[in-house]
Design a binder for this molecule. Structure first.
Ligand code: ADP
Ligand code: MG
Length: 562
């Protein structure tokens, strides 16, 4: 079922779309179809079922929306929907519905979004007035189906957008129920950024002889600049908020989204960043629909420059002017990293993805590099000095710009007055200080320890280097913090292999996630003994399998005193 249609003409005209659609596309500045659009649109116009895989930001919405719009009958008054699009979240329902409106309004196409959190009565009214397309979240779609307020008898095409996310959110049964209530003769389209087995299962059950279209994420060519510059910073947990603030100060993003794991983290970080002078807005599932709409409005209007969000709340959102995606922690599933950074570098624009990691998350970063076939380069957290230098640079720029303003002579009387007492240089200094303090953060800044290490590749396997010596000079006493029951483990490398305490603590913390302060070590000539919390001992042994320390494969087992 692989796709064999080598469409090689360019432009949307060749795809055979109506003139009103072509007009809308050119008004939107779409010059060329993206690869997924070029492949999918002709197939869908010909009536095939389709299983499409393409990364976030590759233009999947238009890939299904244009064929839907091509097929609708605009002459019918009060139409029952001929297309149903299912999406995981209400934000996405609104976004996709807006996109369909943008592409289709010249045609007179009607589209109604239906999602939870909005009064169902209003949606019932909108459906009753007639619409060509419905974009719905599965739960709310099912509510309408049960109430018999959503007429599906005319549906010719159903689209499952972000199908993997819908499954992750537990919509599998709802999807089954919805798909079963649709006319059997319809066309079914499934889009997903990833293709786990559960997606294949849905496809087997509900798609009929689908054509499979996969748009490979291109591995970055050596020497070429990837569209999304991916960097990571390694800092101790406690310093993460400050590190983020500092990095943002230096990067000066036009607009950024910061992903956090939990609602609590979102709220806290929003507060911290607002305290730093940013206009940060929180977005998470604990907020009601009205609050979330307001936040998205401010972000889209550019009155907020940072959106701090959980994955679920921000799923699939396309924010026009986004330049930076920040992972406040390393997502545990590489796929969700891919989803997150897909928010930038969209449709050929450049973007930056920044990950703030703790040492124990290093392995997850490595997995992500493997999956994306792209390198994430470690950078050092900017020092206080670098921050100050950057701020001076910005102030210099601001003053330089002001020197070009027209009405500067209006201030001559201030200068005349002050110059009776002070030199022009002193007056300039004071004026610049005012300008500087008005724009730049003057918060007390502390140095943030940087735990990133060089990661030499050796024999294809990454050597575990120490991350502790920078921070603590490599010295520690055994079990100084951990007060519970401990277990001792025997490790097959020692002083003769050049192992230092810091190497060992670093390797164990990295591999097992046991915090360094809970690990005690003693190094002997040809072996070492480490002490870890008893409850984690088996896990440590397990996670240290095949670990390389100072270039040597280390074996770890329970220590037997004899
Ligand atoms: P996906 O669903 O694959 O994540 P979207 O459909 O949200 O991607 O599209 C990402 C962005 O690219 C949107 O801002 C959209 O307007 C833009 N876009 C889509 N197709 C094109 C195109 N052919 N030319 C220019 N921009 C496009
Ligand atoms: Mg999408």
């Amino acid at each position: 079922m692989d796709n064999q249609t080598g469409v090689d003409s360019s432009g949307f005209e060749e795809l055979g779309l109506r003139p009103q659609l072509l007009a809308s596309l050119s008004a939107l500045g779409y010059e060329e179809p993206t690869p997924i659009q070029r492949e999918a649109i002709p197939l869908l116009l010909r009536g095939h079922d389709l299983l499409g895989q393409a990364a976030t930001g590759t233009g999947k919405t238009a890939a299904f929306a244009l064929p839907i719009l091509e097929k609708i009958d605009v002459a019918r008054s009060k139409p029952a929907p001929s297309a149903l699009v299912l999406v995981p979240t209400r934000e996405l329902a609104m976004q996709v519905s807006e996109a369909i409106y943008k592409y289709g309004h010249q045609l007179g196409a009607k589209c109604v979004p239906i999602y939870g959190g909005q009064p169902i009565g209003r949606q019932i009214d909108a459906l009753r007035r007639g619409t060509h397309v419905v974009v719905a979240t599965p739960g709310r779609a099912l509510d309408h189906i049960r109430k018999e307020t959503l007429e599906l008898g005319d549906v010719e095409m159903v689209v499952l957008d972000e199908a993997d996310e819908m499954l992750d959110m537990g919509f599998a049964e709802d999807l089954d129920a919805i798909l079963e209530s649709l006319p059997a003769a319809r066309q079914t389209v499934l889009f997903s950024a990833t293709m786990p087995p559960r997606i294949e299962k849905i496809a087997r059950e509900h798609l009929s002889e689908p054509v499979r279209v996969t748009i490979e994420r291109k591995a970055s060519q050596p020497g070429s600049i990837p569209l999304v510059r991916q960097t990571a910073y390694m800092v101790p947990r406690f310093h993460k908020p400050a590190a983020l603030g500092r990095i943002l100060d230096i990067e000066a993003p036009e607009a950024a989204i910061v992903f956090c794991r939990t609602r609590g983290e979102v709220d806290q970080l929003t507060e911290t960043l607002n305290g730093r002078g940013y206009r940060a807005e929180a977005l998470h599932g604990g907020m009601d629909q009205e609050q979330r709409d307001r936040v998205m409005g401010r972000v889209r209007a550019g009155t907020a420059d940072l959106l701090i969000a959980t994955d679920v709340a921000a799923r699939g959102l396309d924010i026009e002017h986004l330049t930076h995606v920040v992972n406040f922690d390393v997502p545990s599933a590489p796929e969700s990293y891919v989803h997150r950074i897909g928010r930038v570098g969209r449709a050929g624009r450049e973007g930056v993805a920044i990950t703030i990691a703790e040492p124990r998350e290093q392995r997850m970063l490595h997995n992500i590099e493997r999956l994306t076939k792209q390198k994430i380069s470690f950078e050092k957290v900017p020092s206080v000095e670098a921050l100050r230098a950057k701020q001076m640079e910005l102030t210099t720029e601001n003053v330089r710009e002001a020197l070009g303003l027209p009405d500067l002579v209006a201030f001559d009387e201030v200068i005349d007055e002050l110059s009776k007492e002070f030199s022009i240089t002193d007056i300039a200094r004071a004026a610049i200080k005012l300008a500087h303090d008005a724009e730049q953060s003057t918060l007390e800044e502390v140095e943030i320890p940087d735990l990133s290490v060089e990661r030499p590749e050796r024999g294809g396997k990454r050597e575990r280097d120490s991350f502790r010596d920078r921070e603590h000079g490599g010295k520690r006493e055994r079990g100084e913090r951990f007060s519970g029951k401990t277990s001792r483990l025997w490790v097959s490398v020692g002083r003769k292999s050049g192992v230092r305490p810091a190497d060992l603590v670093g390797a164990i913390a990295n591999e097992s996630g046991v915090p360094g302060r809970d690990i005690g070590v003693r190094i002997f000539d040809s072996h070492s003994v480490v002490e870890v919390p008893a409850s984690r001992a088996a896990h440590v042994i397990d996670s240290m399998r095949n670990t390389i320390i100072r270039g040597k494969r280390a074996t770890v087992r329970h220590f037997k005193e004899d």
